[in-house]
Design a binder for this molecule. Structure first.
Ligand SMILES: [Zn+2]
Length: 157
């Protein structure tokens, strides 16, 4: 894992953090994330909702201020919205890698859900996971996947 763990000392408070270089598979989108506490102490969320299942998310939740997009990477992302359409599921438009959730106005302050799978050199077996029952706890409950647009009838099925 390419970490650069740092310790910031402000008076008597010590807050360890780690900065991680992340990106898609092809290299078109790159960004870095600073997390506190650093991995592997940080609890990565493993959610069972239909979106997390389909997109393979293992989520960390940095404030937007702690996400640095390189080469205008945020604007290079393709976005998918579903349900309330209040957030963007982000993907690389070139290689299709699943990257993150931009919570936009849904969470204050502005927060991202970044898939730990995007961290260069990450060892998923070394991470600490916190399971979340999203399919039953996030409204509307249930599996929202599998609906499709019927071209002939012009309606969602
Ligand atoms: Zn890519």
């Amino acid at each position: 894992m390419s970490t650069s763990a740092t310790t910031t000392t402000e008076g008597e408070t010590t807050k360890p953090s780690g900065t991680y270089e992340c990106g898609c598979h092809c290299g078109y989108i790159k960004f870095s994330v600073t997390l506190s506490p650093p991995l592997p102490e940080y609890e990565v969320v493993q959610c069972n909702c239909s979106a997390c299942t389909r997109f393979g998310y293992l989520l960390i939740y940095p404030d937007a201020a702690n996400v640095k997009w390189h080469n205008n990477g945020r604007f290079r992302c393709a976005a998918y919205q579903f349900n309330t359409k209040g957030k963007d599921q982000l993907f690389c438009p070139k290689c299709g890698a699943s990257l993150a959730i931009d919570f936009r106005d849904v969470r204050k302050p502005h927060t991202y859900g970044i898939s730990a799978r995007t961290i260069y050199g990450v060892n998923l077996d070394e991470l600490k996971y916190k399971k979340f029952d999203g399919i039953n706890k996030v409204q509307p409950v249930g599996d929202l996947s599998g609906h499709y647009w019927d071209e002939g009838k012009e309606e969602m099925k």
